[in-house]
Design a protein. Structure first.
Length: 121
């Protein structure tokens, strides 16, 4: 009889520990940003980039490097997202594309599109 109670007690303790571990992970994810900062190329005819996972209302410096280097500053929205466009910048396959976004609250993301084949001139 004593061993059955001991086994039940160990089972209850294990269940409580597992529940607490799951809850603490959920609480930690709720306090921090749920997703990591990321960048996605929206349009390649001209460079348009969407950023997600940044801190709400964070000031972000976005640097695009192709044949030339351009910088813009944007502010992420309440959900930590932003879209920035570089309408006069062409993302040519000949040069590739590199985008880096650095936020004022420590968020950071980068995106690289490798250089492709281009026709000789």
């Amino acid at each position: 009889m004593g061993t059955i109670w001991a086994m039940r007690r160990q089972l209850v303790i294990a269940l409580i520990a597992a529940t607490l571990a799951l809850l603490s992970g959920g609480i930690a994810n709720g306090v921090t940003n749920k997703s990591h900062p990321a960048l996605r190329l929206m349009d390649s005819a001209y460079v348009a980039v969407r950023g997600t996972g940044f801190k709400p209302h964070e000031r972000v410096r976005v640097v695009v490097v192709t044949r030339v280097r351009k910088t813009k500053r944007v502010v992420a929205g309440a959900a930590g997202r932003f879209t920035v466009r570089f309408p006069r910048l062409n993302s040519s396959d000949c040069y590739g594309l590199s985008v880096t976004a650095v936020g004022s609250k420590g968020s950071r993301a980068s995106l690289k599109v490798p250089r492709g084949e281009c026709t000789p001139r």
